[in-house]
Design a protein around this ligand. Structure first.
Ligand code: IPD
Ligand code: CA
Ligand code: CA
Ligand code: CA
Length: 269
């Protein structure tokens, strides 16, 4: 049975965190580089994750927490019991450079399996959540799965650098589709698949906090979320991921394993 008291708390926490992020645009923020100049962390990434970790510890001290910024100092080495996965700001570069096009992602797993996922498109005030066995909702309205029939009639979404360098054979997907779109935030790209604006989200390497909420939302909508070789995603490591409805997901997996001459790329791609 899904814990609706926990769900109600999460909704309140997401609203509070989103409001703080919107308000933070009014002041100068402390920004640090992680691996390079395009890999940033701001005081709001840390503050948002700290906020969630404190709330979870207060209400659910026995639960495990995985978060991008490592605020929880108790590393998760096995996925037994309830595991929370937090990406406090997905699209930090957009958050800094555009002050829009970023999200908050949170997911709940039970013994390694997704139970619920939350993605907040903060500047558009759109909160998506999915409860496995119940469905997916956008601002509390049920989201009907829109079944794209074939990649050739749709857009696909993913990271622009991946397509530009054909990482993970990604051009095989791009050339089959009408074109690729990249929003600089996995959160928003995954939402576009759930809404039927794009057929497939593909990444040849995502961290657990980047894919956990999307995985749970896909599961709740009856969509597939696996690695390109159809393996179950692993919450404890970086994985390549393919998200989409069962039809286009199967097509994407087939395309990704075919090494063939890359076809012509549509001029409007
Ligand atoms: C990044 C974004 C980006 C994706 C990267 C992620 P962050 O997350 O989702 O779209 O391509 O792989 O690391 O660092 O902004 O939370
Ligand atoms: Ca980051
Ligand atoms: Ca992320
Ligand atoms: Ca992040």
């Amino acid at each position: 049975m899904f814990d609706y008291q926990m769900h109600s708390r999460i909704l309140v926490w997401m609203e509070t965190a989103a409001e703080e992020l919107r308000r933070s645009h009014q002041r100068d923020l402390k920004i640090e580089e992680k691996k390079n100049a395009a890999d940033l962390v701001t005081e709001m990434d840390k503050a948002t994750e700290t906020f969630f970790v404190q709330k979870i510890r207060e209400h659910y001290p026995e639960h495990q927490i995985i978060g991008e910024e490592g605020i929880n100092d108790d590393p998760v080495t096995d996925v037994s019991g309830t595991v929370w996965v937090i990406d406090p700001i997905d699209g930090t570069l957009n958050f800094v450079k555009q002050k829009k096009n970023f999200g908050i992602m949170l997911a709940i797993f039970e013994d390694g399996l997704p139970k619920a996922g939350y993605i907040y498109d903060v500047m558009n005030h759109d909160l998506y959540y999915g409860i496995v066995g119940v469905g997916v909702f956008r601002n509390h309205q049920i989201l009907e799965p829109f079944k794209i029939q074939a990649i050739s009639e749709a857009l696909i979404v993913g990271n622009i650098g991946m397509f530009a360098t054909n990482r993970g054979n990604s051009l095989a997907l791009l050339t089959q589709s009408l074109g690729a779109r990249a929003y600089g935030a996995a959160a928003l790209e995954i939402i576009s698949v759930l809404k039927g604006e794009a057929a497939v989200y593909y990444s040849c390497g995502l961290q657990p906090w980047d894919f956990a909420a999307g995985w749970a939302l896909c599961e709740a909508l009856g969509f597939k979320a696996t690695t390109p070789d159809n393996q179950t995603l692993n919450l404890l490591k970086r994985c390549p991921v393919v998200f989409g409805n069962p039809l286009v997901h199967a097509e994407a997996l087939q395309l990704l394993k075919e090494t063939k001459e890359i076809g012509e790329i549509n001029e409007n791609s």
